[in-house]
Design a protein around this ligand. Structure first.
Ligand code: FPP
Length: 249
């Protein structure tokens, strides 16, 4: 029986975030260069978008490129940017047919012009859709995002738009790139690494974390369903006791 049949559709997380890791190792195991792994990673991106849509996830955030990834060899960066533009162009119609919206988060100014142009076009074309929103983190890191938010808040304080006393958790959240999106209930990282790598540090404060040894290009729809099923077996306490959560106290 597929894990899909065991998922309680009423308790599906609204927002799932994924660190897609292991493309390089997947390629090396096959005697190929890292780019080969990224190309095969696209199939796993498709599979997770399909799986998330199927069970009614509202937001799927994919860590596609971090601000630290700019330190990789130029050849790999160029190949990744070319792949991104290619995938964006090739997939727009299919995403549109599936009622998917797209949002990009990250340091836009550091992206090559062609990536900005194509992502803007795609975001616009899919903007009327009402199904799953794919949030692509591109040239993103939490440190960049939090520093950016602090700068904007400092500016607004300077202009007299807000008082320092008014800076609350909610107000801070409204300055993040995920301002209008609920925090992820679940974060998945592939490839066996167990760290957050500067990904959504604020937003993941109370998220369930799931680490799978599978390398990203091997990740399938069924893997996604299995993780959602496992998530539904967990008890989320948000600092409370188990008894409080079960309404015993
Ligand atoms: C991490 O694997 C993966 C990346 C840095 C890039 C992810 C990109 C894709 C899956 C391709 C296309 C994406 C979209 C959204 C269209 P790694 O290179 O760090 O692997 P390693 O840890 O084995 O070296």
């Amino acid at each position: 029986m597929s894990f899909l049949d065991q998922i309680e559709l009423k308790r599906v997380p609204e927002h799932v975030a994924i660190i897609m890791d292991g493309n390089g190792r997947w390629a090396a195991m096959r005697g190929n260069d890292r780019t080969f792994g990224h190309e095969h990673g696209v199939e796993a991106v498709r599979a997770s978008i399909k799986a998330a849509s199927k069970i009614g996830v509202k937001y799927l955030t994919l860590y596609a490129f971090s601000t630290e990834n700019w330190n990789r060899p130029k050849f790999e960066i160029d190949a990744l940017m070319t792949l991104l533009v290619h995938v964006i162009k090739a997939e727009t119609d299919e995403l549109n047919r599936n009622n998917v919206r797209l949002k990009i988060i990250g340091d836009r100014n550091s992206l090559p012009r062609r990536v900005i142009k194509e992502t803007d076009k795609m975001v616009e074309k899919l903007s009327q859709n009402t199904g799953l929103t794919v949030v692509m983190a591109l040239s993103y890191s939490s440190h960049w995002e939090i520093i950016n938010a602090v700068k904007c808040i400092a500016n607004d304080v300077k202009k007299g738009k807000i008082n320092p006393e008014d800076i609350s958790r909610e107000r801070f959240h409204s300055y993040l790139s995920t301002a209008e999106i609920p925090d992820p209930e679940l974060m998945i990282r592939t490839s066996g690494e167990k760290r957050l790598s500067n990904f959504l540090l604020w937003q993941l404060a109370y998220s369930e974390l799931y680490f799978t040894p599978k390398l990203w290009p091997d990740f399938t729809e069924e893997d996604f369903f299995e993780i959602i099923f496992e998530f539904q077996q967990r008890e989320r306490r948000f600092g409370k006791t188990s008894e409080q959560i079960k309404n015993l106290i």
